[in-house]
Ligand binder design. Structure first.
Ligand code: SF4
Length: 352
């Protein structure tokens, strides 16, 4: 089991972020915030897919006005991304944002930051201080070594946090994003060593879903396995629901998210295989699509190594040439003829 890094706890509306809480999956809407109906629809889809927080961009006053209306129409806390604008930050706080995201590279004037902190205190709004490598002016040149980039991002964050701490504002979540997986890992490790605030993880501009999934899993997986990370967002150029689905795929194998459906383990097949394992596994997956027991089912292609390899499974099916043997928690419980394998498996599943 992963030992989470100990952090403070930050309240984002009804959702708590920090080491004593489950890791929170979040995403962003991808339609204009002024399009209230589409935003509400996306937020509801994201909540259904497992997001407990959703962020919306509020580039104009019309967006913060729409944000206030959206807050009243959904059941999960919302975060406002205010980019460069102090006015948008204060409007979003007043509009009911449970958290706002500030980028130290965008809002730099201390008096402005204090104005935002005062409004956040009044409305009990949390803040994410999120440095982004691309928005730090000193990092624009190509020839800056990786270690210096990491150090500059941490320094930028430290300076900003000092302003918040001087105002006794500690409802802070930290993040440092880059498009580079190794720098993201290294920078987040340094931040985790330096502060005890919860951390938001993400790899920025990761790409199209099929290209973003592996780099995001490698980057976030490395940090999460070290106990770093309290809320995550997977950035993909595509439907935001895919972000939530990829986030769950990363968290589940690490034991950081409760699976909502059976897990299907399938042997890779080899020269011993005497049945079409892939076709069988696909049929089983289809038959399980409405099943919500968080159990592990193994589909193995032989009765030689299959039972041994499947001992960790709640149910294991070891298929030979014309029949399959079914094991429950390692004990043989049934035999099924080739055409009846799925029915017998489902009968055994019902008994669990
Ligand atoms: S379970 Fe059997 S068929 Fe599948 S890979 Fe292992 S040895 Fe080969």
């Amino acid at each position: 089991m992963i030992k989470r890094r100990k952090t403070t706890t930050v309240k984002v509306g009804s959702v708590k972020i920090g080491s004593s809480e489950p890791i929170v999956i979040q995403s962003m809407t991808k339609v204009h915030t002024t399009n209230i109906n589409k935003c509400v629809k996306q937020i509801n889809q994201l909540a259904q897919a497992g997001c407990r927080l959703v962020r919306l961009a509020v580039p104009t006053r019309k967006d913060t006005e729409a944000f206030a209306k959206i807050v009243d129409k959904v059941n999960i806390p919302l975060i406002a991304d205010v980019h460069f604008s102090v006015s948008r930050a204060i409007e979003a706080i007043e509009a009911g944002a449970a958290k706002i995201r500030l980028n130290p590279g965008n809002i730099k004037n201390t008096k402005d930051i204090i104005k935002i902190i005062d409004a956040a205190k009044m409305h009990k709004t949390a803040m994410r201080i999120g440095v982004n490598e691309a928005s730090i002016r000193d990092l624009k040149a190509d020839d800056i070594p990786a270690a210096k980039r990491t150090a500059l991002m941490v320094t930028e964050l430290k300076k900003y946090i000092a302003i918040f701490e001087k105002q006794n504002f500690t409802q802070i979540v930290l993040s440092a994003k880059s498009t580079n997986p190794l720098r993201t890992i290294e920078t987040n490790r340094k931040i985790a060593e330096s502060f005890d605030y919860p951390m938001h993880l993400g790899l920025t501009h990761a790409g199209l879903p099929e290209d973003a999934e592996v780099p995001s899993a490698v980057t976030l997986g490395a940090l999460l396995a070290e106990g770093i990370g309290d809320t995550i967002r997977i950035s993909v150029a595509g439907n935001p629901v895919q972000e939530a689905l990829i986030a769950k795929k990363i968290l589940i194998p690490l034991g950081l998210y409760q699976r909502q459906q059976p897990e299907l383990i399938v042997c890779p097949t080899c020269g011993r295989t005497e049945i079409n394992v892939v076709a069988l596994a696909k049929k089983i997956k289809k038959a399980l699509k409405d099943e919500h027991k968080p159990i592990r089912i193994a589909v193995m292609g032989c009765i030689v190594n299959g039972p041994g390899e499947a001992t960790d499974a709640d149910l294991a099916l070891c298929a030979g040439k014309n029949k399959a043997v079914i094991y429950r928690h390692g004990k043989k419980v049934a035999t099924a003829e080739k055409d009846n394998i799925i029915n017998v498996l489902l009968e055994e599943l019902a008994k669990l």
